[in-house]
Ligand binder design. Structure first.
Ligand SMILES: NC(=O)c1ccc[n+]([C@@H]2O[C@H](COP(=O)([O-])OP(=O)(O)OC[C@H]3O[C@@H](n4cnc5c(N)ncnc54)[C@H](OP(=O)(O)O)[C@@H]3O)[C@@H](O)[C@H]2O)c1
Length: 289
């Protein structure tokens, strides 16, 4: 695991990380791009793209430091292990510092330090603070919701003829994962921003969940209604459907936060960064159908 690498993307076996690799490969040669995975068996599809694969878990500080050796610019994709992320990201940041990484872009959450969501932002805020204290040159990609968070529920919504949620009249400015990946690649490959620069990233257009259900009805030709519930009732329904309680509570909290505008933004930074409008949510919905 030695040699210099201009760019390294963590979480590269995941959906956002893989798209960020693809976005980088649109403008830079594969020889400059590295992919970090925690499972060696996840390497093959990335190696097929011609990028260098390095292996380390966020739980393994020594392996992280080895994996970050010779890296100039790092995209630190937040871990999916909610509850362990502050410590995992702190490991990654310490390793980046020890390895002499020149720039770190971290995928945080929209309005991290000023969000009505109460569960998800905490670990992101902790990571943002760790980065600020690290002395590393860094930027924060505060990603809003993926449109795919809702389109993945389409089969179930069609089966049941309805969607449930707790977002009320809250508008959701989601964008496609690929849009956030393109933004990450743009920040990584561009002139480095001042350290600590914050990008609040969200889709150009927004919707309520009732509007989303109406669009699903229209596009699928099947009636799909939206039932708004209290966060408690929504969490209960998710547990009843088989979700683990902590996940159900996190989703209910996120919807409650969305009802207070936590997932809404009109600031347009995402489309400015990627140099095009964000993918319309109806287009992502159509593709999911
Ligand atoms: N903005 C949003 O709407 C939204 C929605 C969901 C999640 N997120 C956040 O954004 C991140 C990227 O989203 P995504 O859709 O790409 O998620 P994803 O497909 O679940 O990918 C998560 C990635 O994190 C890696 N990972 C997890 N634990 C790790 C560890 N201990 N050490 C090293 N790598 C580890 C996973 O590796 P494996 O393949 O080995 O599991 C995977 O590559 C998520 O992890 C989460 O923090 C944002």
């Amino acid at each position: 695991m030695s040699g210099s690498l201009k760019y390294l993307v963590t979480g590269a076996s995941g959906q956002l990380g893989a798209l960020a690799i693809d976005a980088l490969l649109e403008t830079v040669p594969a020889s400059e791009v590295g992919a970090l995975v925690r499972r060696a068996e996840a390497a093959a599809p990335l190696e097929a793209k011609g990028v260098t694969v390095r292996v380390a878990s966020y739980d393994d500080p020594a392996a992280l430091e080895t994996a970050f050796a010779g890296v100039e610019r790092l995209l630190l994709v937040s871990s999916s292990e909610v509850g362990q992320r502050a410590a995992q990201h702190a490991n990654a940041i310490a390793a980046a510092k020890a390895a002499g990484v020149g720039f770190v872009a971290y995928t945080s959450i929209l309005k991290a330090d000023n969000s009505p969501l109460t569960v998800l932002p905490g670990e992101h805020v902790a990571t943002e603070q760790t980065l600020a204290a690290s002395g590393l040159h860094y930027a924060l990609l505060r990603n809003g919701w993926y449109t795919e968070n809702y389109t993945m529920g389409v089969p179930m919504a069609l089966e049941h003829g309805g969607m449930i949620g707790a977002a009320g009249e809250g508008r959701i400015s989601s964008a496609a994962r690929a849009d956030y990946a393109a933004a990450a690649a743009a920040v990584l490959t561009g002139d480095l921003p001042a350290s600590g620069t914050v990008y609040e990233l969200a889709g150009d257009t927004s919707y309520t969940l009732a509007e989303f259900a109406a669009a699903l009805s229209e596009l699928s030709g099947k009636p799909v209604g939206y039932t708004n519930m209290s966060p408690e009732a929504f969490a209960g329904a998710l547990v009843g459907a088989g979700l683990p309680a902590p996940l159900a509570e996190m989703l209910a909290d996120s919807e409650a936060g969305a009802s207070q505008g936590g997932l809404f933004s009109e600031d347009g930074t995402l489309s400015r960064l990627i140099g095009r409008p964000t993918t319309p949510w109806r287009e992502t919905l159509k593709a999911a159908l």
